[in-house]
Design a protein around this ligand. Structure first.
Ligand SMILES: Nc1ncnc2c1ncn2[C@@H]1O[C@H](COP(=O)(O)OP(=O)(O)OP(=O)(O)O)[C@@H](O)[C@H]1O
Length: 252
């Protein structure tokens, strides 16, 4: 079943001099339920803008973005969004942060057990009472992920959530995201600059090119789970995606 449909979308913005920027041009993408889509491309090719359109934070000049045939016109709790810097509330503990959305919707009678389950799943047990500045960057991102996923969104949008993490922590958070994706079967869309990350997590890789921001190719990931980042298959597929990205950059 197709869940998300992006059809003939254009997004035009203006720079500080009033010059028109074709941030996105002719974007078409269909995302089936339970897929993990990795969007990769050079800086400025419109990846974040595309996520914002999907979330409903922004609207296109032309074209449509819809979920199950329903046009997206504004943000909705059915679409979660995790930012590069998880933007946890600094004045709340990790537990309070994870519960904040549930509390806003259901009041104090929210499902406390569900929060416990996610604290466990995210490896945050023992840190529930800590404040964001008292935990590592990886833990903070896992908490930000928990805060979104606990609301059981149909679609989770991940805007470079590992972008500011070191390589070890990054791999750790990737594994947590994969575990959550497999357990909850939530459709996920990840924006990343990291080819290995895109391949490790994605069922499909969307390769974008800049000026104007376009989808160059949508590539099915042929690799089975569990994925081994050093296997020949992984490295061959990596080369394939790398070639597509370099070709896109040289083209402009
Ligand atoms: N609010 C805005 N007003 C004007 N231009 C903008 C605005 N937001 C983004 N842009 C421009 O749109 C283009 C695409 O930006 P976007 O952030 O979507 O790209 P990106 O691929 O996510 O980049 P990065 O990988 O560096 O985060 C860039 O040229 C950017 O300068």
């Amino acid at each position: 079943m197709v869940q998300l449909a992006i059809k003939d979308v254009d997004r035009v913005l203006h720079d500080n001099n009033g010059q028109k920027i074709n941030v996105l041009k002719d974007i078409n993408l269909k995302v089936g339920s339970g897929e993990f889509i990795s969007i990769i491309g050079p800086s400025g090719c419109g990846k974040t803008t595309l996520l914002r359109l999907i979330s409903g934070l922004d609207t296109p000049e032309n074209g449509q973005v819809s979920v199950d045939g329903k046009l997206i016109t504004e943000p909705d709790v059915s679409r979660g969004y995790v930012f590069q810097h998880g933007s946890l509330f600094p004045w709340e503990t990790i537990r309070e942060n994870i519960s904040s959305g549930l509390k806003a919707i259901h009041g104090h009678d929210y499902d406390h057990e569900l929060v416990d389950q996610y604290i466990d799943l995210m490896g945050l047990k023992g840190f529930e009472s800590a404040y964001p500045h008292q935990v590592s960057g990886g833990m903070a991102q896992r908490a930000a992920l928990a805060r979104s996923i606990v609301l059981k969104p149909e679609l989770l949008l991940l805007d470079e959530p590992m972008g500011a993490l070191d390589a070890f922590t990054r791999a750790d958070v990737q594994d947590v995201i994969q575990k959550v994706w497999k357990q909850t079967k939530t459709t996920m869309i990840l924006v990343t600059h990291d080819i290995d990350e895109a391949i490790y997590l994605g069922t499909q890789i969307v390769v974008m090119t800049p000026r104007p921001g376009k989808i160059k190719e949508i590539v099915d990931n042929p690799l089975d789970f569990p994925r081994n980042r050093t296997s020949d298959e992984f490295l061959n597929f990596r080369r394939e995606i790398q070639d597509k990205l370099n070709f896109g950059v040289n083209e402009t």
